[in-house]
Unconditional design. Structure first.
Length: 130
């Protein structure tokens, strides 16, 4: 099985950016790194949990698009919330994006590494074409 790393962060080797790939493919599985609610310029979006969840999921979609996948291909999500009182609002926005194609999911409370309310990572599946 080959491993492919997609979307490595430029400058990571110099220490000014975190060293990771946006997506790693291992066989038929795609592992998407945690997505925070940052805009295209890397600035964290303001607002509450709803706005930040929307942005984090949009970032997840953008990472999946790098490998021609989408949310329906996601089989497992892990989400971290900085405040468990946001769980209901988070679930409402999450359902807007995933609808009936719900993946397996874990959601826990955690102290974030950046000043945000949510971080989301995913595992997607796409069988190799012959």
């Amino acid at each position: 099985m080959s491993i492919e790393r997609i979307g490595a962060i430029p400058g990571a080797s110099t220490g000014d950016k975190p060293p990771y790939a946006k997506v790693v493919r291992a066989g038929d599985f795609y592992f998407v790194s945690g997505q925070v609610p940052a805009d295209a310029n890397g600035a964290l979006v303001g607002g509450g949990i709803a706005e930040q969840t929307r942005q984090a999921i949009r970032n997840l979609e953008a990472a999946l698009k790098l490998v021609d996948l989408g949310l329906p291909d996601v089989v497992k999500v892990t989400a971290w919330l900085d405040d468990p009182r946001d769980f209901g609002a988070f679930n409402k926005v999450y359902a807007e994006f995933f609808g009936a194609a719900l993946p397996a999911r874990s959601c826990v409370r955690a102290e974030m590494m950046v000043d945000c309310k949510v971080e989301i990572e995913a595992v997607a599946y796409s069988p190799a074409t012959a």
